[in-house]
Design a protein around this ligand. Structure first.
Ligand SMILES: C[S@@+](CC[C@H](N)C(=O)[O-])C[C@H]1O[C@@H](n2cnc3c(N)ncnc32)[C@H](O)[C@@H]1O
Length: 301
């Protein structure tokens, strides 16, 4: 599965490209920038200053999202219980051999990464980290059901390349693990993913594009079970969906990915969806794109 090619992104940070999935792990604009903008900043980590936090990182990869989280939590003396899911050990092996990647973080991050690579586990007075290797669709079941997460990062390859991790059935399992005020965060703004999350009863928000990059209309999605306006302060990184984004959810692009027994192949999931789209009465996504003057380059989900 894992033929990987090194990629130097525009912010000077390294990433990988998967030959098997035919996709890069990160945006070419910057692996580090992407992690900070789409995962770390919207997480509102200050809420956990000096407190404990449960986090699930789905698709650990090189470990950018977890490393950035650990770095912040080291500085603010939080207690962390981290679970990570990943099918392939090679990306972490690569991170551990890349000095430039390791230099981005506090030395403790390297210690934690070495330990989860060798023993699948790390523990000290502040942090407990478990890496569950294998298909996330199975391994998520190993996490004790009593653990509810304050943050879940979902960073799989795009729905078209790896639909297994964006289906109603998998997202429903993920949702079960989210605590009521927890954030499920993903870079994806796919209508199918957003619609599925909403139909599972979550309130969804769009991650705003950064002020220096307006090419994209959204940087991703945050889903929250019970958005309590009194408890959760307005976050400068996310907001309600715009009219354009709401209308996106009324198009054929919103037809969900399905994987009834959580063991279908990519091809089966894609073909089933194409068939459902063909027979659907929803408006065509092309019409929506035309209405909103959307070019292919401004459209990334
Ligand atoms: C976009 S990359 C993740 C990037 C990562 N978050 C990082 O910071 O480097 C997607 C990852 O999903 C993993 N993956 C693909 N299919 C998977 C599956 N069924 N279960 C678990 N991990 C999977 C790939 O091995 C790859 O590392």
């Amino acid at each position: 599965m894992s033929e990987l090619i090194e990629v130097l992104t525009k912010d000077g940070s390294y990433s990988l490209r998967s030959v098997f999935f035919q996709e890069n792990f990160h945006s070419l604009l910057g692996a580090l920038e992407e992690t900070k903008l789409k995962f770390t900043a919207p997480s509102d980590l200050q809420r956990f200053y000096g407190k404990s936090i449960n986090v699930l990182d789905i698709c650990f990869g090189l470990g950018y999202n977890s490393a950035s989280l650990l770095n912040e939590l080291i500085n603010q003396k939080s207690y962390l219980n981290l679970y990570a899911l990943e099918i392939d050990k090679k990306p972490l092996e690569y991170s551990l051999s890349n000095k430039s990647f390791l230099k981005l973080w506090a030395p403790k991050v390297k210690k934690i990464f070495e330990s989860v690579y060798q023993k699948d586990y790390f523990e000290d007075n502040f942090f407990k980290c478990s890496l569950l290797w294998g298909d996330a669709r199975e391994k998520i079941n190993i996490i004790p059901s009593s653990i509810k997460f304050d943050l879940i990062y979902l960073d799989g390859f795009s729905p078209q390349k790896c639909p297994q991790l964006w289906t109603i059935e998998f997202l429903s399992k993920v949702k079960e693990r989210l605590n009521s005020q927890g954030y499920l965060i993903t870079y994806s703004s796919s209508a199918a993913v957003r619609n599925t999350l909403r139909n599972l009863g979550l309130e969804i928000f769009t991650i705003k594009p950064s002020s220096n990059n307006r090419t994209f209309w959204s940087q991703g999605t945050i889903a929250i079970s019970k958005f309590d306006k009194n408890k959760l302060k307005p976050n400068i990184n996310f907001e309600k969906l715009s009219l354009m984004e709401e209308e996106h959810l009324l198009t054929k692009a919103s037809v969900p990915y399905r994987d009834q027994d959580l063991n279908s192949s990519k091809e089966d999931i894609i073909n089933k969806r194409l068939n459902e789209q063909f027979f659907s009465n929803l408006v065509s996504t092309k019409k929506w794109r035309e209405k909103w003057g959307m070019t292919k380059s401004s459209f990334k989900s």
